[in-house]
Ligand binder design. Structure first.
Ligand SMILES: [Zn+2]
Length: 71
């Protein structure tokens, strides 16, 4: 997992995440293949604050969508 923020990501979620980063729009998280953010219903999460992004990260669930299965 690549993490360009100063967020502490619990070890439990690290294997499920590809990248956690931030830009002028806020904080972003990208799930690894096989997982998705249940709260967002997709593989990319964007929030204004670290706390909000962390809440979405905690919603990570296994995903078997076409995109996860075929690539
Ligand atoms: Zn998927």
């Amino acid at each position: 997992m690549k993490n360009t923020t100063n967020m502490k990501i619990p070890a439990k979620y690290q294997p499920m995440l590809d990248e956690v980063t931030r830009d002028s729009d806020g904080y972003w998280a990208y799930s690894n293949k096989g997982y998705m953010f249940d709260e967002m219903g997709c593989h990319t999460a964007s929030e204004d604050t670290q706390a909000a992004l962390m809440a979405v990260i905690r919603s990570l669930v296994p995903c078997d969508c076409k995109e996860c299965v075929t690539s």
